[in-house]
Design a protein around this ligand. Structure first.
Ligand code: FES
Length: 74
C-alpha cells in the first residue's frame, strides 16, 4: 500500500467538547435493530438528548442534562 492509498483510507474521528463524535468517512453505521446506513460523514450523539438517536440533532446545545462518562476529559 502506497502513501496516497493509506492516506485515503484514514477516517477522521473528532470528539466535540460536550457534543457529538463526528466521523468523516465514508462510514457504515449499524444500529442495534440492524439497520445499516452508509454516509460520507455522521455525528453520533453522546449526550443522550437527540430525538434522532444514534445521530446528533443539535439538542446538546440547549439541554443541560448530559450523560458523558468522563466530562472532565471530553
Ligand atoms: S451530542 Fe448532539 S444531541 Fe447529543
Amino acid at each position: 500500500m502506497g502513501d496516497n492509498e493509506s492516506k485515503q483510507s484514514i477516517v477522521e474521528v473528532k470528539i466535540i467538547e460536550k457534543g457529538p463524535v463526528v466521523i468523516h468517512g465514508p462510514v457504515k453505521v449499524t444500529t442495534p435493530d440492524g439497520m445499516v446506513v452508509v454516509r460520507d460523514m455522521c455525528a453520533i450523539c453522546r449526550c443522550g438528548n437527540s430525538k434522532n438517536l444514534p445521530y446528533c440533532d443539535g439538542s446538546h446545545l440547549t439541554q443541560s442534562k448530559h450523560v458523558y462518562e468522563h466530562e472532565e476529559f471530553f
